[in-house]
Write a protein that binds this ligand. Structure first.
Ligand code: PMP
Length: 436
């Protein structure tokens, strides 16, 4: 049983000594002291089904035994020296990762977070092309450091002092809230062609790169039509830019049919940024690209003290092995499919559910007060999240209005867990409509 400081003591310590910029999620903050696969325990011993995975980070399960065994052995032997000395793990992990990549993407630069991975990707694109301008997508999220904060396109995450030199935003494929009020496919993918206008009007015509999440995570699991990225990538390449897929949330089998979420769109990027699920819970990120583009990082010395450390490399390698050995991607496809079906059934019963979208175990449920006006049901979404917690299920929310429930569990989720989640959401929505 848990025998550490009480919840109140923990809250008091945070209040007094931790930056107010470090926020908690629930009205009555949840304290988690233990995790095992898809389950979490609070300090009282209460168990929760984790359907948010530490914000889409724990990919194969909390404290997965095979991962733990390997990383514990490494931790006991050597934790850190930096990459100025040789250690076998960095090359071994990079080789394994290259084996999962689309043809041609073989060189990795390792970081400790998704933000840093995106910094490296944009720097590489600018140095490789000699151009400065970068196109990202509205409603996207790419991190909290300087350049990624500029790439991010929700006012909520933008600090007034952060300059966004050379960053422009084009329209995402957000069909449920189409900016042109059109319907797919008769719309002719008008949103995707917006990239051409952004380049024409806001840049010198030659750009460094395009970066986009194939499925927007923080933005509320926004899942564009299947031809969207083909159109965008073609335009970007015509204007000298390279195409970067931010796979921080969608990668590592989460979307089920494919290992990488961009593969659902039939495109091959020139570089991929990763983090979160890559390390199943340790600080690990990276940028993988072609040998030619990777040369950009050798123009000067670029050094990351913790990037490529033996502990993170070992954990990354063990995570990729488990994804393969335990059929994690296939599980995401099958259990994710079942979960989505269940959510679609709930949509038929509950008018609050405006849209159900996503692939595999990367799902979103957008709540609206009225299906015609699509008025965002943001306070309702917060309420659903609280009530789901009371039922022992942890989910997330996102989108510009915070009205989209985000369901992205560790990918070891079982069919029973999926059914339990759907039943809990059904009961929660019943409760809400009865105003209890
Ligand atoms: N890209 C995407 C798509 C993300 O969702 C996030 C984190 N939510 C990041 C980048 C930034 O990652 P980190 O918080 O590890 O810096």
């Amino acid at each position: 049983a848990y025998d550490g400081p009480s919840r109140d003591e923990v809250i008091a310590l945070r209040k007094q000594y931790v930056s107010p910029g470090v926020i908690t999620y629930y009205k009555d903050p949840l304290m988690i002291v233990e995790g095992k696969m898809q389950y979490l325990w609070d300090e009282t011993g209460r168990r929760y089904l984790d359907a948010f995975a530490g914000i889409v980070t724990v990919s194969v399960g909390h404290c997965h035994p095979k991962v733990l065994e390997k990383v514990n052995a490494q931790t006991g032997k050597l934790q850190h020296t930096t990459t100025i000395y040789l250690h076998p793990t960095i090359g071994q992990f990079a080789e394994k990762l290259a084996g999962e990549m689309p043809e041609g993407l073989s060189r990795s630069y390792f970081t400790n977070s998704g933000s840093e991975a995106n910094e490296v990707a944009i720097l590489s694109a600018r140095e490789h092309t000699g151009n400065t301008d970068v196109i990202a997508l509205r409603n996207g999220y790419h991190g909290g450091t300087s350049v990624p904060m500029s790439l991010t396109a929700h006012g909520t995450w933008k600090f007034p002092s952060n300059p966004s030199v050379g960053v422009h935003h084009a329209l995402p494929g957000y069909c449920y809230r189409c900016p042109f009020d059109l319907e797919y496919p008769s719309c002719g993918l008008k949103c995707a062609y917006d990239v051409e206008n952004v380049i024409r009007y806001q840049t010198p015509g030659q750009i460094a790169c395009f970066i986009g999440e194939p499925i927007q995570g923080v933005g509320g699991t926004v899942t564009p039509p299947k031809e969207y990225f083909q159109v965008v990538y073609d335009i970007v390449r015509k204007h000298g830019g390279i195409c970067i897929a931010d796979e921080v949330q969608g990668g590592f089998g989460r979307t089920g049919e494919h290992y990488w979420s961009h593969q659902n769109y039939g495109v091959v990027p020139d570089g991929i940024t990763m983090a979160k699920g890559m390390g199943n819970g340790v600080p690990l990120g990276g940028f993988t690209t072609t040998p030619q583009i990777s040369e950009a990082m050798a123009k000067r010395i670029h050094f990351n003290t913790f990037g490529g450390n033996p502990v993170s490399m070992t954990q990354g390698l063990a995570t990729l092995e488990v994804i393969e050995e335990e059929g994690i991607q296939e599980n995401a496809r099958v259990v994710g499919g079942r979960l989505k079906e269940g959510l679609l059934e709930l949509q038929e019963k509950h008018p609050l559910i405006g849209d159900v979208r996503g692939l595999g175990l990367m799902l979103g449920v957008e709540l609206v007060r009225d299906r015609k006006s699509k008025e965002p049901a943001n306070t309702e979404a917060a309420d659903v999240m609280e009530r789901m917690k009371e039922r022992g299920v942890i989910i997330g929310k996102g989108g510009l209005y915070g009205n989209t429930l985000r369901i992205k569990p560790p990918m070891c989720l079982t069919a029973d867990d999926a059914d339990y989640l759907v039943m809990s959401l059904d009961e929660t929505l019943n409760e809400l409509s009865n105003n209890t």
